[in-house]
Design a protein around this ligand. Structure first.
Ligand SMILES: NC(=O)c1ccc[n+]([C@@H]2O[C@H](COP(=O)([O-])OP(=O)(O)OC[C@H]3O[C@@H](n4cnc5c(N)ncnc54)[C@H](OP(=O)(O)O)[C@@H]3O)[C@@H](O)[C@H]2O)c1
Length: 262
């Protein structure tokens, strides 16, 4: 299926590697123009180089999703370089891992800023362009924790549930403007973040990382981790006109790991 993304502009937050990069790659490989963003400029440059072979315009600017000023300049840069955005991907690093009494107020506020407020602020900066054009698609990268809380990821569990509710609410509020909002839920996609969580869990249990991974695979009916291309294609689909009647959904890309019916 061709997604028809040539000459369309997508702003993808937290996209120098991992899931964000996977989505940017799927968009670029269909001919889209893409704005990349993350904190490390060298990694952005490298990611941009990898995507430029597809023929669309690929540009990048540093972005710290926890800081509103940074979000404002990143969006302004994208509009200047590419024009009005057709689509936006909400993504950022994951909040700190731990249990309830491990966290003080500062930890809670910083997770709030990184995960929930980054989504609020990115949408606030981008949505007026979409309203003006009466068209747009926003995809939030969240987690299976919005369906089943994940042990040790309390801050993620709580903040991402907020993002999920925000997305559903805006899918209703902005339907009349033909702007779609959807959640994309990764369930153990093989990235640096997952590697570091596997290391952490292996250390805690006193087992090897391989043993920890084997355990994780046993919890996933498809018996393996997903890769960034698999989730990238799902993200590009939701962002494209191929999904023009899909809004307000939470799409699991998790190898059937999540056991809830809805
Ligand atoms: N992988 C999974 O299976 C999985 C499952 C559930 C949820 N998630 C969530 O999905 C998101 C992406 O995860 P991933 O696995 O792709 O992680 P990853 O491989 O570690 O990649 C994270 C990307 O986000 C960027 N980033 C991190 N903090 C940022 C910030 N404050 N502002 C802007 N960019 C930032 C990183 O670049 P810089 O460091 O240079 O900024 C990098 O490009 C995370 O929130 C993660 O918790 C992932």
């Amino acid at each position: 299926m061709e997604l028809g993304l040539k000459n369309k502009n997508y702003f993808v937050a937290a996209s120098s590697k991992g899931i964000g990069f996977g989505i940017a790659k799927a968009l670029a490989s269909d001919g889209a123009n893409v704005l990349l963003g993350a904190r490390n400029k060298e990694e952005l440059k490298n990611a941009s180089k990898q995507l430029s072979k597809y023929g669309g315009k690929i540009t990048y600017e540093t972005l710290n999703a926890s800081e509103y000023d940074s979000i404002k300049s990143w969006v302004a840069y994208g509009v200047k370089e590419l024009g009005s955005p057709d689509g936006l991907v909400l993504n950022a690093g994951g909040p700190k891992a731990g249990y309830f009494l491990d966290f003080d107020d500062e930890d809670w506020y910083s997770a709030f800023n990184l995960t929930l407020m980054s989504a609020v602020r990115l949408i606030r900066e981008v949505v007026p362009y979409m309203v003006e054009r009466k068209k747009g698609s926003v995809v939030a990268v969240t987690s299976t924790s919005v369906k089943e809380p994940i042990d040790v990821l309390l801050l993620s569990n709580v903040m991402r549930s907020g993002v999920t509710s925000l997305i559903k609410s805006l899918s209703i509020e902005y339907g009349k403007h033909n702007i779609r909002f959807n959640n994309l839920v990764p369930g153990r996609i093989d990235t640096d973040r997952v590697k570091s969580l596997d290391n952490l869990n292996a250390q805690k249990k006193g087992i090897t990382v391989e043993e920890q991974q084997k355990y994780e695979y046993s919890q996933i009916p498809l018996g393996r981790y997903g890769n960034i291309d698999e989730i990238g294609k799902a993200g590009a689909f939701l962002l494209s006109d191929a999904a023009s009647y899909i809004s307000g959904v939470t799409l699991l890309v998790d190898g059937a790991k999540t056991k809830t019916v809805w």
